[in-house]
Design a binder for this molecule. Structure first.
Ligand SMILES: Cc1ncc(COP(=O)(O)O)c(C=O)c1O
Length: 453
């Protein structure tokens, strides 16, 4: 049972103030399942937890595989997966065993010492990519902070820049720290948090000419004033292989190839933010591998620990300018987080996870394309994505938003997360089964038919 039939969230990252205000009056709600708490006091929660999120009126009690149960015992098919994070689903036996064993052995010691399973996880990660070294942290934003610091140091020390500039894309999303909201090419995340961090410039995503022109403008000088009198140089181009929060927009091969060429010509680093696309979600282990274009630096988090907080920045030896003392994290790569990371890697190696993403991704895509054709352009504008990160963009003509679809799906027992006002995002656990994809397709179509009627 839902706690409240209230207007629901467009995206966890953008909760309209009027909805938040409407939710402030949510009373504690009685639920009935005998083996679960008799009440869930959402108002009590809101009294003590900062309202930085627009939470759905749903209190999750437990999970198993691709299902979650709420505090009333209602079951949901989870096509949100903790926002593309729980790659092994919920209560996964590999994760349970690995973490339980590790916490009984040693869970945290700091990076003052060698941590054997951190080294083991790093070896496995570098074997999956074109990178040589790994820095571990705890989240996607932190991984991007590490990449931005690496790029700046590289810009100063290798490229001889006074002002190293990082180019990112409009509609990107890179995190919520000051550095990463600045890297994020969407003003809604930056509003009221100025002054922002200097040294970032933006290009329209997939616009090769704009990227070429911007690199030329930065490196070629341009009108001199203030900071520009100093030597500005492009230190890095930071791109998501597929923009997640920006609306599930895959990059084009031409754009990535152009970025690679421009980096080769200027000495700048090509950096891929794979926080959402990483670890098999796109059907390749890393999203950059979709285009066969190598990147110098890669950041990841979300799926890396299957939901246990861990992030990583990986780079090639050629651009590894970090030295002891340059960067650090108390928790980064601790034994507990690395045990989770190794359990995820085991699943990839032993459970044919990547093959499952490819097969289930194809099934999902074919099903959605067929559904879109049946419903017509008046309802679905476009289906796009790679593997198991897919967006269904609603037609501009629909009277309903992705949030309304999300609300109706929730009611129907399925969880999704919007990626912008009109895009329904489907990011199930990578262990999703054929029947679960069929079930999700049927539920989504029924909901869209009902909303469109
Ligand atoms: C592409 C991308 N980069 C960075 C982040 C930030 O990750 P975190 O919330 O773990 O800091 C996200 C989160 O959604 C993301 O999708």
């Amino acid at each position: 049972m839902m706690l409240l039939a209230a207007p629901l969230v467009v995206s966890v990252y953008a909760w309209p103030a009027r909805w938040a205000a409407a939710r402030a009056s949510v009373p504690p709600v009685m639920v009935s399942a005998p083996d679960l708490p008799a009440t869930y006091n959402a108002a009590g929660f809101d009294q003590v937890v900062m309202k930085t999120y627009g939470r759905l009126q749903l209190a999750v009690e437990r999970g198993e595989g691709c299902y979650l149960w709420d505090s009333s015992g209602k079951k949901y098919l989870d096509f949100c997966a903790g926002i593309a994070t729980c790659c092994l689903g919920h209560a996964n036996s590999r994760l349970i065993e690995a973490i339980s064993k590790q916490i009984r052995t040693v869970h945290h010691v700091s990076n003052l010492y060698y941590i054997p399973n951190q080294g083991e996880l790093a070896s496995k990660l570098v074997a999956t990519s074109c990178h040589d070294k790994v820095f571990f942290c705890n989240s996607g934003a932190e991984a991007n902070e590490a990449a931005i610091k690496l790029a700046r140091k590289y810009g100063h020390t290798v490229l001889g820049a006074d002002v190293p500039v990082v180019i990112t894309a409009l509609q990107s999303f890179h995190g919520r720290t000051l550095g990463t909201i600045t890297a994020t090419g969407q003003t809604k995340y930056q509003k009221n948090f100025g002054p922002l961090v200097p040294g970032f410039e933006y290009v329209p995503y997939n616009d090769v000419e704009a990227l070429e022109a911007l690199v030329k403008k930065i490196n070629g000088g341009g009108p001199l004033s203030g900071l520009r009198r100093k030597k500005r140089k492009v230190a890095a181009i930071l791109l998501e292989p597929l923009q997640g929060e920006g609306g599930i927009t895959p990059s084009t091969k031409e754009f990535f190839q152009a970025a690679r060429r421009l980096c080769d010509e200027t000495g700048a680093l090509l950096m891929a933010d794979e926080v959402q696309t990483g670890m098999g979600r796109t059907g390749k282990f890393w999203g950059y591998q979709q285009h066969g274009v190598e990147v110098d630096v890669l950041t990841t988090a979300k799926a890396l620990g299957g939901g246990v907080p861990i992030g990583a920045m990986m780079c090639k030896d050629a651009c590894n300018v970090f030295q002891p003392g340059d960067h650090a994290s108390t928790y980064g790569g601790n034994p507990l987080a690395c045990a989770a990371g190794l359990a995820v890697m085991d699943a990839f190696e032993q459970d044919k996870l990547l093959e499952n993403v490819q097969a289930r991704g194809d099934q999902l895509r074919k099903g959605l394309d067929a559904m879109a054709a049946r419903l017509g352009k008046g309802v679905v504008k476009e289906v796009r994505g790679w593997g198991l990160i897919v967006g269904v963009e609603l037609s501009a003509d629909t009277t309903f938003l992705a949030a309304d679809v999300g609300a109706a799906l929730l009611e129907a027992g399925m969880l999704t997360v919007a990626a912008g006002p009109k895009v329904v995002r489907l990011v199930p656990p990578l262990v999703v089964t054929k029947d679960q994809i069929d079930g999700a397709l049927a539920t989504l179509e029924a909901v869209l038919v009902k909303l469109g009627a």
